[in-house]
Ligand binder design. Structure first.
Ligand SMILES: Nc1ncnc2c1ncn2[C@@H]1O[C@H](COP(=O)(O)OP(=O)(O)OP(=O)(O)O)[C@@H](O)[C@H]1O
Ligand code: SF4
Ligand SMILES: [Mg+2]
Length: 324
């Protein structure tokens, strides 16, 4: 195995997911391609960020990566195992090593469960029996790991703040000591000051436990702060992969995203939708570059021919006229 291959924990190969929408007696169903031909290697022990506007396919890609959703085409390889070929029992076992943290901390904890019950549930799902003493010590360990007091074990979710609930969501994801976490906008529903605390916790856990993260956000400023590699998506496709946080964007779309996030206070940032030009409908993508209608550099070739991803290692870009 080459160094690059052994360094890669998860690999997406031509991943595509379509959704059929509507369709009735007199109208055919429409097909929406939420993720299109995504090739991506996620390096072990590093933080890979995925950034793009709402609806560009980030959550769909996250769910495909863990096979919480089946692909229409393509495959996911996790540590040399192709997820598509696994039976449900094998997949359940592998899921101990790959977990997801969701945006909404409310969705990760059932309001009827105490925090203790919420933290023991992952073991029940995996059919691991814990004695009462084991459960108590595991719950205490998990709460401490995410910076919460073990006293909170008997609380109900409504007694916790949003930040505390998200810490419980992270603790649940860590229950089986996974090596890979997909974090789908884990701080998006929290106040800015609490966001910083959760990001600090995630940074600490990543380093301390040697975790591999796929970190999803619509906030390029946050992704540049937190991630080693930055993957930019537009309408279901990867348009740029920046090898590090200080690399200068070469795709006009990434440049626009960056310009709109330069203001450190997110509440004062210009919203990306102020870009001129319409976002094409995901049902009816143009044959050329999907960004052409909004791109100030667009030329005839851009409207005729879809730019392919450059295959040079390191900084990769899908644009006919990348910026220097
Ligand atoms: N189950 C589904 N059925 C039909 N369409 C779906 C489904 N899930 C996602 N989509 C569509 O796929 C596209 C991508 O959605 P996705 O949720 O992956 O985007 P996203 O980048 O995560 O957006 P956001 O930033 O708002 O979370 C959208 O057009 C969405 O409406
Ligand atoms: S291919 Fe053309 S339209 Fe698309 S981003 Fe590059 S310059 Fe702009
Ligand atoms: Mg999403």
């Amino acid at each position: 195995m080459s160094d690059a291959a052994s360094n890669c924990l998860l690999s997406m190969r031509g991943l595509t997911r379509e959704f059929r929408i509507g369709g009735g007696l007199f109208s055919p169903a429409k097909v929406l391609r939420a993720v299109s031909d995504v090739w991506l290697d996620v390096p072990r022990g590093r933080v890979t960020g995925i950034v793009g506007e709402s609806g560009c396919g980030k959550s769909t890609l996250a769910r495909l990566a863990l096979r919480l959703l089946d692909a229409t085409a393509g495959s996911v390889i996790f540590d040399d195992v192709e997820l598509g070929g696994l039976k449900s029992g094998e997949l359940r076992e592998l899921r101990r090593r790959m977990q997801m943290v969701f945006q909404d901390p409310y969705s990760s904890v059932d309001p009827r469960y105490t925090i203790r019950e919420a933290l023991v549930e992952p073991f029940r799902v995996q059919r691991i029996r814990l004695t009462a003493a084991e459960a108590k010590s595991r719950v205490e360990e998990m709460l401490t790991m995410v910076g919460l007091s073990p006293h909170l074990a008997s609380s109900y979710p409504h007694q916790l703040s949003g930040g505390q609930k998200q810490r419980v969501g992270i603790a649940r994801a860590l229950a089986h000591k996974p090596s890979f976490l997909v974090l789908d906008e884990p701080t998006a529903s929290l106040d800015v000051s609490i966001q910083a605390q959760i990001v600090a916790l995630l940074e600490y856990l990543q380093r301390d436990l040697g975790l591999t993260y796929l970190f999803i956000s619509h906030d390029l400023g946050l992704v540049r702060y937190f991630c080693d590699t930055i993957v930019v998506m537009y309408l279901g496709r990867i348009v740029e992969i920046l090898p590090n946080a200080v690399a200068k964007p070469r795709h006009p779309y990434t440049k626009t995203l960056l310009d709109s996030t330069f203001e450190p206070d997110p509440s004062k940032r210009r919203h990306i939708s102020r870009l001129s030009g319409e976002i094409p409908s995901a049902f009816d993508l143009p044959k050329g570059c999907a960004f052409a209608a909004r791109c100030s550099h667009a030329a005839d070739r851009c409207r005729q021919e879809r730019p392919e991803m450059s295959d040079a290692p390191g900084h990769r870009v899908a644009c006919h006229y990348p910026l220097n």
